[in-house]
Design a protein around this ligand. Structure first.
Ligand code: ADE
Length: 251
């Protein structure tokens, strides 16, 4: 998968993509991500990318021509027709499903917006606007990084253990069960308090462990995000556990 990110802060994108799972995928060539400086697509001496809004008001607006030039130049250079995404608080809310859908595009071109705005005419060349949440960021760079991270995880070979993507929160619509690692016991906040690991996880009984994890996932989802249960795909055992949990809830 190829992702070009057009931004006025290429260093912000490059630095963030050097580390972690995505960084490793880029090093291995499983994923190709390039930060493209919007100023490279200006034609004036001062490399101006924004201007005051028509009609007045505060802030600056990203000019259309550098963005159009960027889209055209990148399409030409890559010999492809990229799927053009604009980061914007007015876009489709990014979810697990949206990330999966974007990951199936061979070439994404992400335009990082600025919070003051972007010339409306640019939207004529945008295939989809994506928001990462109901808040306003000062620029689209953090949103672009989130989009890359979410989409990249769906590409085979990016996440080492393929099973972990399939099992993790949201692929089945449930929150994750609690995880523990060694040691089995540590000091708590007070002298007499010990922080332990649930016995079942130390038991070696894999059937019991699987059932406990299903139950914990359901307990958490019911407590924290009951809305997710409407669309969750539950197996027979999970449905049984959920019925039992709901029956026990105080009314
Ligand atoms: N730009 C500013 N706020 C944003 C948001 N919430 N999502 C995506 N892009 C943005």
């Amino acid at each position: 998968m190829l992702i070009d990110i057009v931004t006025i802060f290429p260093a912000m994108i490059e630095n963030a993509l050097r580390t972690g799972i995505v960084g490793r995928a880029i090093e291995r060539g499983t994923l190709d991500v390039a930060a493209r400086d919007l100023r490279e697509f200006t034609t004036d001496r001062h490399r101006v990318v924004d201007d005051v809004p028509y009609g007045g008001g505060p802030g600056m607006v990203l000019k259309p021509e550098p963005l159009f030039r960027a889209i055209d130049a990148i399409a030409r250079e890559r010999e492809s027709r990229p799927y053009v995404v604009l980061t914007s608080p007015q876009g489709t809310l990014l979810t697990h499903e949206v990330g999966e859908r974007l990951s199936r595009r061979p070439h994404l071109l992400v335009l990082c917006g600025r919070y003051e705005g972007i010339d409306e005419r640019v939207r004529s060349r945008v295939d989809e606007e994506i928001s990462i949440g109901d808040y306003v960021l000062s620029g689209g760079e953090l949103a672009a990084l989130v989009i890359v991270d979410v989409a990249a995880r769906f590409i085979p070979g990016v996440v080492g253990d393929e099973q972990s993507v399939a099992a993790e929160s949201f692929s089945r619509g449930l929150l994750d069960f609690p995880q523990y690692t060694r040691p089995a016991e540590i000091d708590g906040e007070t002298a007499d308090e010990r922080l332990t690991v649930p016995d079942v996880l130390l038991s070696g009984n894999h059937a019991e462990i699987r059932r406990w994890r299903k139950r914990e996932s359901l307990v958490r989802t019911l407590e924290r995000r009951p809305d997710l249960l409407n669309d969750a795909s539950l197996d027979d055992e999970e449905q049984e556990i959920l019925r039992e949990l709901v029956a026990r809830q105080p009314r």
